[in-house]
Design a protein around this ligand. Structure first.
Ligand SMILES: Nc1ncnc2c1ncn2[C@@H]1O[C@H](COP(=O)(O)OP(=O)(O)OP(=O)(O)O)[C@@H](O)[C@H]1O
Length: 706
């Protein structure tokens, strides 16, 4: 995968830093900037002072503007080329991100003494528009708690983010005010604070944006491009004790910061899927960001750095390097106290990582039209998960393959339950050369023999959201890989219904929902729907609190125990020809089940017992090796089940676990609201040592054999 370039030969997302002067002149926690070719450097590296454990590490960016460089120099070097593209009909973005109080607002908005980038750019654009006979108008918006507000409206009207039939984003309700002069713009821009109502009490932190629209002259009026300035809410560790905001609120803000970072990473890495739907902000800016529109990401760094700005710089550097996965991840190094300090921070950050479930939550899709009109493709969260590479990588194809199987099994089951006259033909295609395992299966109507639906499942082997320092061996939770992105059905829906509100509901996990003419659900499986307005954290909480979705741990462990027995059987049958162990076995089992009284549970067991086609190494190797491989899979599943239980069980059920009392149960519930437990290591955050965690698991899993 290559870093994406525009037709001008520049990166789609250029990443620079802006250093805010230090208030503490004698500080030793100072960053240093290395520009190998002075001002002409194509890459610069930023490193930290000797007092910081990460002092040996440096982070590469495209450029860094230091204190002695004015905002005007950023305009000349970075923004002017973007303005030209806007007058050529493209969109451009200038995004300031960073830790809290890093100087984002100062840079974007400025003040009376030092004009910010928006004002300087407006001045340039007004002159250019005058020269070319065009006109300029402006929109000002705020994104707060997954809601977009129009700041040029006295009442701060809510802006609806709509997606048209062509996938074009419409921002319904966002005012565009014509601007003729700079003073007019300044009055409008700086007068906002005084005239407006507060969004909520207590105030919440938000992302603020200014969109400058350019239109051609009067003779042939038409929209050219847009220049979008975004002052992002500051990142901060949600575990900070002294923060004015509640941890959940901080986590929500951080989640939307990550979502935009994921999009920029995907754009720069030229990934096939860009996760625009992860947040309201990324959805609303989709058209501005997509294609060859250019983005300037400015990481605002105080000279006197903090852990938070270190973390933002790390992520910015990854966006900058895009596809360069060979980059040394400095956070993985074991230098003195570094590993400890990073893992501490990452443990904290893990708790506020955008939850995989919600981050990849997808809108409920209702397929309309007659059966024969349906042609639907379901892509799983591969890309969404893949986009998480920004936060680290993990290669555990076996787990993903397992998940792929489970997913297929579940989806097939859903189809089977819902389409009574259909016959499910399952075929496993080839593993992609990259990191995805693709399977597809086709549903044919046995009566008409017309192919009506094609489902394709693609699973990425990259892990769920990870922070720097997050163990790459972390187990994937089964939840993380069951998610379905129903992008295509969505479009399908829009063909029938025209513009659709993007935000009506989210559904999570694999789902196949159909409605009859009366709009009542005729088929529903694995579907959890969250209505608009429920924030993503709530969404997770409510999902996790859904105890009906969680059979008791003992049942699950019993199921695992049964599977172990099945695996042992399979180990003894290794001489069985491979063809009998292929996924065809599943089909045969299913076909057989159609003629028997086999229950859904039993069908799941058939699926779980099916040996992995993707592990042909087992065939013909020693029984011991095969047994070890299966045992390790079993261990992972058991751990996965345990974590699933921890993430879903009610307090009383949690207390049934060994070593979990009232306090710990309450703490678990509290922590998982912020972010589910993804690895066994996460359990340390409830005050258990590694040894205790191991002991707990041993006892719990050992009990199934008693
Ligand atoms: N380049 C600069 N020179 C001098 N002072 C600056 C500079 N950048 C920021 N400051 C000052 O630092 C303080 C914090 O800056 P600012 O409000 O821009 O940070 P922020 O990143 O927008 O904060 P938040 O994350 O809370 O939105 C302000 O008092 C601002 O005037």
């Amino acid at each position: 995968m290559e870093t994406k370039m525009t037709s001008h030969g520049r990166k789609v997302v250029r990443v620079v830093a802006r250093v805010k002067p230090s208030t503490d002149l004698v500080s030793t926690r100072s960053i240093s900037v290395h520009k190998p070719m002075g001002e002409d450097s194509e890459t610069v590296s930023i490193s930290f002072g000797a007092q910081f454990a990460g002092s040996k590490d440096s982070y590469k960016l495209d450029y860094c503007y230091e204190e002695n460089q004015t905002t005007g120099s950023i305009l000349t070097k970075e923004i002017k080329p973007l303005i030209s593209t806007v007058f050529e009909g493209k969109d451009a973005n200038v995004i300031a991100h960073g830790a809290r109080s890093g100087g984002k607002t100062h840079l974007i908005q400025g003040n009376e003494r030092e004009l910010g980038l928006t004002v300087l750019t407006m001045s340039e654009m007004l002159s250019m528009a005058e020269e070319r006979g065009g006109s300029v108008s402006v929109s000002v918006y705020e994104v707060s708690q997954e809601t977009v507000y129009d700041l040029l409206d006295q009442e701060k009207r809510v802006v609806a983010v709509l997606e048209g039939a062509q996938g074009k984003i419409q921002l319904k309700g966002l005012s565009q005010v014509p601007v003729k002069s700079l003073s007019e713009f300044q009055n409008l821009y700086f007068g906002l604070k005084k005239s407006q109502k507060l969004t909520s009490d207590p105030p919440v932190r938000s992302h603020k944006g200014v969109m400058i629209h350019v239109t051609t002259g009067n003779a042939n009026p038409g929209s050219l491009g847009r220049m979008n300035f975004l002052d992002m809410a500051g990142y901060e560790d949600s575990r900070k004790q002294n923060s004015a905001l509640a941890p959940l609120e901080i986590a929500r803000i951080n989640k939307s910061i990550y979502a935009l970072q994921n999009v920029m990473y995907a754009l720069n890495a030229n990934e096939s899927h860009v996760p625009y739907r992860e947040s309201k902000l990324t959805r609303m800016l989709k058209d501005c960001l997509k294609g060859c529109n250019r983005t300037l990401l400015i990481t605002c760094l105080p000279r006197e750095f903090s852990q938070d700005s270190f973390y933002m710089l790390n992520l910015a550097s990854r966006i900058c390097l895009g596809s360069n996965r060979a980059m040394t991840n400095p956070t993985k190094k074991k230098i003195n106290g570094l590993e400890r300090s990073i893992s501490l921070s990452s443990a904290a950050q893990r708790r506020q990582t955008p939850l995989t479930v919600s981050a990849t939550s997808r809108k409920q899709t209702v397929l309309r039209g007659s059966v024969t009109e349906r042609k639907t493709k379901i892509n799983t969260a591969a890309s969404a998960i893949k986009a998480r590479k920004l936060f680290g990588e993990a290669n555990d194809s076996v787990k993903c393959k397992n998940s792929s199987k489970k997913m297929e099994g579940k989806a097939r089951m859903a189809l089977k339950n819902g389409i009574s006259t259909s016959k499910v033909v399952l075929s496993v295609q080839a593993s992609s050369p990259k990191e995805e395992i693709c399977s597809s299966f086709t549903v044919t109507d046995s009566q008409s023999s017309l192919v009506e639906e094609e489902y394709s499942l693609a699973f990425s082997s990259s892990a769920v959201a990870m922070e720097p320092g997050y163990s790459t061996n972390a187990s994937l939770s089964s939840e993380a890989v069951y998610i379905t992105d129903k992008e295509t059905p969505r479009k399908h829906e829009e063909i029938f219904s025209g513009a659709t509100h993007c935000d009506d509901a989210f559904a999570d996990k694999a789902q196949i929902v159909e409605r009859d003419e009366n709009n009542s659900v005729i088929e529903e499986d694995l579907t959890l729907v969250i209505n608009e307005g429920e924030n993503l954290d709530k969404e997770n909480n409510s999902l996790l609190a859904n105890e009906t979705a969680s059979p008791p741990l003992s049942m699950r462990l019993q199921e695992l125990s049964n599977n172990l027995k099945s695996i042992c059987k399979i180990s003894n049958q290794l001489s069985v020809p491979e063809k009998y162990q292929s996924p065809l076995t599943i089909l045969q089992a299913e076909e057989a089940s159609e003629h028997s009284d086999i229950t859904t549970e039993a069908a799941v067991n058939v699926e779980l017992r099916t040996p992995e086609r993707t592990m042909p190494s087992n065939i013909g190797c020693s029984p011991w090796k095969a047994y070890s491989a299966h045992s390790s899979k079993l261990k992972n599943s058991a751990v996965g089940e345990y974590l699933k239980f921890i993430n879903t069980a009610g307090k009383e059920d949690l207390k049934k676990l060994k070593g979990i009392g009232d306090k710990r149960a309450a703490y678990i519930v509290e922590l998982r609201e912020e972010s589910p437990f993804k690895t066994v290591d996460d359990l340390k955050s409830i005050g258990l040592s590694a040894k205790q965690v191991k002991g707990l698991l041993k006892k719990e899993i050992g009990e199934i054999f008693e």
